[in-house]
Design a protein around this ligand. Sequence first.
Ligand SMILES: [Mn+2]
Length: 324
Amino acid sequence: MMCLHRIAAVLTDEHRFLLMTHKDPDADGIGSMLALGKSLSDAGKETTLLSQEPLRPPLNLLKGAGQVVTRVDADQVFDVAVVLDCAEKERLGYAADQLRDQLPLINIDHHETNDRFGTLNLIEPESSSTGELVFGVIQAAGLPIGPDVAGNLYAAIQGDTGSFRYANTTARALRAAADLVDRGADPWGISRKVMDSHSLPRLRLLKMALDTIQLHHKGRVAIMTLTRKMLEEAGAHEADSDQFVDYPRFVRGVELGVLIREIGADACKFSLRSNTWVNAARLASRFGGGGHERAAGFTYHGPVTVAENAFLKEAERFLDGICD
Ligand SMILES: [Mn+2]
């Protein structure tokens, strides 16, 4: 609680803010950044919103997305940086180069594995999303919350709760969402724009990905695999596979859904989703990754088939409770 108020005081007192979120951003990171940026600028402050790469659909459809820049001038001066939804500094990618040593840094996040790299840290793993935390911070600072701020915070919470379905859909998250609707957020409009907006290449890619689903370990583990070749054939971008990991988890009887994405000749990204009892973050940490109890991930250095076998071996032991 103390930290919330110290952060609120810095937001009220300082003037020039640099805001950023993790690379490969999601609705929570970008929605939180756009909302806090708009609220601060409505309060008469200078804000710079930085992303490692240009925003892609659907995130570039969020209100104010046009404000996001991919680099800042070397002579630009900031009083404080705010990093949102980012568990460690490395996840910022080269946006981290903008963080000069003496620049105070506010770190607002809900990842259990956040290593508290900020000068001030508001880390609440019980929070559904960074958007929910930012809503609390904006309120504590008495900063303005117009319809655009409300809409982007709503999009952030909706994104991380899977449209208010996942295990992190707490009463607090729902109350925050209801308050945001009172303040002008439009659930149907945001859902259509962010959740229900797919390119045809994305749907073609999904069709290919669904065909790869295989069950393992007595039907308790389902693995979906995406290769570079499939991306190429579908004409899709890597970000088009966001949320695909839900599909293996949807298979009846499956406890652990896995998406393996080939990201290079010798590297793949694993996304893990569990239904009820497997701690995905703990399993991911065996491969140097992390995340939340129901959603986690890691990068494996090796070709897909090697990665899959190594993972299955460890996952089966983990599910059997041998090495939990
Ligand atoms: Mn998040």
